[in-house]
Design a protein around this ligand. Structure first.
Ligand SMILES: NC(=O)c1ccc[n+]([C@@H]2O[C@H](COP(=O)([O-])OP(=O)(O)OC[C@H]3O[C@@H](n4cnc5c(N)ncnc54)[C@H](OP(=O)(O)O)[C@@H]3O)[C@@H](O)[C@H]2O)c1
Length: 310
């Protein structure tokens, strides 16, 4: 366990679970100074082990538990269903049970993959869930386990198409392939919204602040929230924007052509929702915060990346 001490203004203890992952590392890097972080990941804390979760969290006694731990390899979840359901389905239930026992708030990260993708307008929090993959099913089971635990003080934050430092993600894959190949086919018939981990981390801290900081002007009611960047695109448009922005920053690339292809032309083990845009209206109304546009945030990420490579 690594813990970071910080000044004691509005001192709160926050346990971050799955702390070595992409989102969690951004959360830890962007934590407000007024919190003390306790970071946990495998092998020292396995969320599938209820007893271990109970012992570890009871010892720390955090005010807030933020769960970023998950089995996130969507295609591998199809062949490793048991692991997917243990980690994504049962793990959040163990965390919720302990959070309830110790009086902590639980923040749990879920996914647009709980929806079927048959929709045509942005999904709101109480739309019907109907996952079409083992990953989506297991993540939905995780949400349901939290509800079934009897814990009332929780935020379930569903997000989509995450990218950022410290993780494998679509942006990094496109950058690598654009350096290796002259031509790339990218799926054009799946529509969603990318999310920069820095923006999601900010949204999570905003929600947490409303219930841990006595001087917060608003209190976000507990429950489910949707958060991604704003705007809509296909994976193809996302890839085009990545290449275009890198070219604008004079990054040398081998790629000459990005070709739009259909999902049927790029078969994968797990089915993906063809439309998974999330409505951020509830988050915006409750917090009064703006949600950055996906192209803007992509630019921020890529510029930071270029500068750190200079
Ligand atoms: N990435 C996306 O595009 C996306 C989209 C929508 C929602 N989400 C959700 O957002 C959250 C964060 O995603 P991410 O991409 O940042 O995840 P990530 O980088 O894959 O990080 C997940 C972390 O959880 C750890 N972990 C796995 N099994 C565990 C267990 N049994 N006990 C404790 N820790 C365990 C992983 O360790 P190992 O690496 O050692 O396995 C890893 O450090 C997840 O809940 C995910 O479902 C992600």
């Amino acid at each position: 366990m690594t813990s970071y001490s910080s000044p004691v203004t509005g001192y709160k203890k926050i346990a971050v679970i799955g702390a070595n992952g992409m989102l969690a590392s951004m959360l830890c890097d962007s934590a407000p100074e007024s919190v003390t972080l306790y970071r946990f990941d495998l092998p020292e804390l396995d969320i599938t082990d209820g007893e271990q979760v109970s012992k570890t969290l009871t010892a720390v006694n955090p005010d807030v538990v933020i769960n970023c731990a998950a089995f996130t390899q969507v295609d591998a979840c199809e062949t490793q269903r048991e692991t997917a359901f243990q980690v994504n389905g049962e793990g959040p239930g163990h965390l919720a049970t302990v959070a309830r026992k110790i009086g902590a708030v639980l923040v749990h990260i879920s996914t647009d993959f709980v929806f079927s993708g048959a929709g045509t307008i942005p999904y709101v929090e109480d739309d019907i869930t109907e996952p079409i993959s083992a990953y989506g099913e297991s993540k939905l089971q995780g949400e349901q386990a939290i509800l079934a635990s009897g814990l009332s003080d929780y935020y379930i934050v569903r997000t989509s198409w995450l990218y950022g430092p410290n993780g494998s993600n679509f942006v990094e894959t496109i950058i690598r392939l654009a350096n290796e190949r002259e031509e790339l086919g990218i799926v054009v018939d799946q529509i969603g919204t990318p999310t920069y981990t820095a923006d999601l981390a900010n949204a999570i801290w905003t929600l947490v602040n409303t219930v841990t900081n006595n001087s917060s002007p608003v209190t976000a009611p507990y429950g489910i929230y949707h958060y991604s960047n704003s705007g809509v695109c296909s994976w193809y448009e996302f890839a085009c924007a990545i290449v275009e922005q890198l070219r604008n920053d004079n990054v040398p690339l081998k790629i000459k052509e990005l070709k739009p292809i259909t999902t049927a032309e790029y078969p994968l083990s797990a089915e993906r929702p063809s439309y998974s845009v999330l409505s951020k209206e509830k988050y915006v109304q409750v917090t009064g915060e703006e949600v950055p546009d996906w192209r803007y945030s992509l630019g921020v990420y890529l510029q930071g990346r270029v500068m750190s490579n200079e």
